[in-house]
Design a protein. Structure first.
Length: 195
C-alpha cells in the first residue's frame, strides 16, 4: 500500500510541521506506528513525496523523543541511549535520496535506528513501549506498571516506569523520592516491634 492509499483509509498524507499527539496518545505510540508502517512494508513509497512525508514523520518523532530524553532524565540516559540518539540523529539529518529505491532503503535504515532508540530508552526506563502504556512514576497507580526485573535475593523489583518497589512495600521513585515501608521490619533478633 502506498502512502496515498493510506489517505483513503484515514491516515494523513501530510504530517504537520510539529505534530502533537492526539489526546490519550503518546509520542511513543505514534513513533511505533510510523516505524511499523515503514518496516512492515505497510506503506511502500511510490513517489519521492511519499518518502519525504514518511521521513518528516520520523524526524518529528525523533525530535520529540530526543527532547523527552533530555528533559526527563539527562543524567540517567545510559550510554546506549546516547549512542542510539546520535546514530539515529545522523540518519535523520541526512537528506532523502532522489532515487526511489535508495529512498526506501534510507527510510528503512532510519526507522530501524529510531526503533533502536526506543528500545534503548525503554531499557533505561525513560519510555514505555507496552500497550496499553504503563502509568508514569508520578501517577497514583504507578505500582501497576509492568515489572522489568525482579531480584528475589535482595527483595526488590524494578518497574517499567523507573520506580523500584521493595518487598516491604516501600518504594523509590526515579526522582529520588523514597516512601518508607508500610509494615514494620523485623528486628535483627527476629522480633517484630509492636505498633
Amino acid at each position: 500500500m502506498s502512502l496515498s492509499g493510506l489517505v483513503r483509509t484515514g491516515f494523513s498524507r501530510r504530517a504537520p510541521a510539529q505534530p502533537s499527539p492526539l489526546p490519550g496518545r503518546s509520542v511513543v505510540a505514534a513513533a511505533m506506528e510510523t516505524i511499523a508502517l515503514v518496516l512492515d512494508a505497510v506503506v511502500v513509497p511510490t513517489t519521492g513525496q511519499d518518502a519525504h512525508d514518511l521521513m518528516s514523520r520520523l524526524r518529528d518523532h525523533h525530535r520529540q523523543l530526543g527532547e523527552g530524553t533530555i528533559e526527563a532524565a539527562p543524567a540517567s540516559a545510559s550510554s546506549r541511549v546516547t549512542v542510539a540518539l546520535r546514530m539515529s540523529g545522523e540518519l535523520i539529518a541526512s537528506p532523502v535520496p532522489g532515487d526511489l529505491l535508495r529512498a526506501r532503503a534510507h527510510l528503512q535504515n532510519t526507522a530501524t535506528a529510531v526503533k533502536e532508540l526506543l528500545t534503548a530508552m525503554s531499557a533505561a526506563g525513560l519510555v514505555c513501549v507496552h500497550q496499553p502504556e504503563c502509568p508514569p512514576a508520578a501517577a497514583p497507580g504507578f505500582q501497576n506498571a509492568r515489572v522489568l526485573f525482579c531480584c528475589l535475593e535482595t527483595g526488590y523489583s524494578r518497574l517499567c516506569n523507573g520506580a523500584v518497589l521493595f518487598e516491604d512495600t516501600g518504594h523509590l521513585k526515579p526522582n529520588g523520592k523514597v516512601s518508607p515501608p508500610r509494615r514494620p521490619l523485623p528486628r535483627i533478633d527476629g522480633e517484630v516491634p509492636s505498633a
